[in-house]
Design a protein around this ligand. Structure first.
Ligand code: NI
Length: 255
C-alpha cells in the first residue's frame, strides 16, 4: 500500500539534524511521496536542499505563507521569482490567516491574489492555507474564477456547505490531517459526506499530530493513522483510502 503526504514541513527546525531520517521513516511506512509546501525566504533554501537529496520522493513548492506576509511582502514575492526555474509542483502554501493577526489583512489578500495569478500563469495547482478567513478567501476565488485555479484547501476544517461551495468554484480538493483523529472534531463528521475523490492526506508536520501521538512532533510516517481513521469513518477499507487519495495526489501535483 502506498500513500502520499500532500503537506509536510520536514525541513522545519523541529527536525534539525534528522530530516533525512524522517523522510526515510515515511518511505518505510509506505508514504512514498511527500509534498513540501514553502513558507518564506528564511526556510526556502533548507526546503530545496532537503528535497534535492530525495528527488522522486519529495516534491517542493513555492509560495509565501500568509503568516509571513508583512510590510515587506512585495520584496518576498520578488525573492520567490529567483526559484521559478526549480522543479516545483504547486504554488503554496498561500492564503490568509486571521487567527494569529489581522494586522496585515489587506497585504495578505493582495499577496494571495498575486500568487493565484502566478499559479494560473504557470499552470500549477495551489495549496491554500485558510484560517478564520473562509469568506475573504472565497471572495477572492470568486472574483478570480476566470483564472481556472485548482488545488487543495489544506487542513480543511470547514462545513459541508463550504465544501459544496468550493466544488462550485472549480477543481478543489480538501486536505485531511491529524485533526480528524481528535475526539469531537467536527471534521470527522463532515468527512463522512466528502467523496474520497476529493480528499488528500496530509500531516502538516511538525504540527497537528494525530492520535495516539498527540502532544509530540508530527511527521510524515504518521499518514497511515489518518488514512485508517478516514476508512473507519467512511466504512471502507484502508486500501481504498490509500488508493484513492494517492491517485488524487498524483493527478493534482503531477507526481
Ligand atoms: Ni503548512
Amino acid at each position: 500500500m502506498e500513500f502520499t503526504d500532500t503537506h509536510s514541513h520536514l525541513y522545519d527546525e523541529a527536525f534539525t539534524g534528522e530530516e533525512d531520517q524522517a523522510v526515510g521513516r515515511a518511505v518505510e511506512a509506505g508514504v512514498t511521496k511527500i509534498i513540501f509546501p514553502d513558507i518564506d525566504a528564511e526556510t526556502r533554501d533548507r526546503m530545496f536542499a532537503l528535497a534535492e537529496r530525495h528527488t522522486g520522493t519529495v516534491f517542493p513548492c513555492l509560495g509565501l505563507h500568509p503568516t509571513s506576509v508583512n510590510a515587506d511582502w512585495k520584496k518576498e514575492l520578488e525573492d520567490m521569482e529567483n526559484y521559478l526555474d526549480r522543479d516545483i509542483r504547486a504554488i503554496g502554501e498561500i492564503g490568509m490567516d486571521l487567527y494569529w493577526s489581522k494586522e496585515f489583512q489587506k497585504e495578505q489578500q493582495e499577496a494571495f491574489r498575486q500568487q493565484i495569478r502566478l499559479a494560473a500563469r504557470l499552470d500549477l495547482p495551489v495549496i491554500i492555507h485558510s484560517r478564520e478567513a473562509t469568506k475573504p478567501i472565497l471572495d477572492i476565488l470568486k472574483e478570480e474564477k476566470s483564472l481556472g485555479n485548482r488545488g487543495v484547501f489544506h487542513a480543511f476544517s470547514g462545513s459541508l456547505e463550504t465544501f459544496h461551495e468550493l466544488q462550485e468554484l472549480g477543481d478543489w480538493h480538501v486536505g485531511i490531517g491529524g485533526v480528524v483523529t481528535f475526539k469531537k472534531a467536527s471534521i470527522a463528521e463532515t468527512v463522512k459526506s466528502i467523496p474520497l475523490s476529493r480528499i488528500l492526506l496530509e500531516t502538516d508536520s511538525p504540527y497537528l499530530t494525530p492520535a495516539p501521538h498527540r502532544g509530540t512532533r508530527n511527521e510524515s510516517s504518521y499518514i497511515p493513522l489518518i488514512a485508517r481513521k478516514i476508512a473507519e469513518l467512511k466504512g471502507c477499507s484502508l486500501e481504498e483510502v490509500a488508493q484513492a487519495t494517492t491517485e488524487n495526489a498524483h493527478n493534482l501535483f503531477q507526481i
